[in-house]
Design a protein around this ligand. Structure first.
Ligand SMILES: [Zn+2]
Ligand SMILES: [Zn+2]
Length: 90
C-alpha cells in the first residue's frame, strides 16, 4: 500500500445558498471510496448509514398494523387502529 504523503482534500462539492456558488469541500479526507476522497461528513458510507438510521426511526414511528405515521403527535396508541406503540415518546 502506498503511503499518502499529503492527505487529499475531500472531493465533494459544497453549495452555498445557491447552485452558482459552490466550491470544493475544504476538509481533509479521511476515507477513500472508489478512488475518491471524502471527509468524514461527506463519506458516502457515512451518509448511507445516516439515511438508514433515519429510515429506521421513521419505521419505528409508524403503526405496525395500519402504517399510520406518528410524526405529528406523541400517542401511546395508534389513533387509527388503536394498536399500542412499540416506542412511545417518553
Ligand atoms: Zn467534505
Ligand atoms: Zn394503526
Amino acid at each position: 500500500m502506498n503511503k499518502i504523503k499529503e492527505t487529499p482534500q475531500c472531493c465533494e462539492m459544497v453549495y452555498n445558498r445557491d447552485i452558482w456558488h459552490h466550491h470544493q469541500c475544504s476538509k481533509k479526507s479521511v476515507v477513500e471510496r472508489n478512488g475518491k476522497f471524502y471527509c468524514k461528513i461527506h463519506d458516502p458510507e457515512h451518509i448511507k448509514a445516516k439515511e438508514k438510521k433515519r429510515e429506521e426511526r421513521y419505521n419505528l414511528e409508524s403503526c405496525k398494523k395500519c402504517g399510520h405515521h406518528f410524526s405529528y403527535g406523541w400517542y401511546s396508541y395508534c389513533p387509527i387502529c388503536g394498536t399500542k406503540r412499540k416506542y412511545p415518546r417518553p
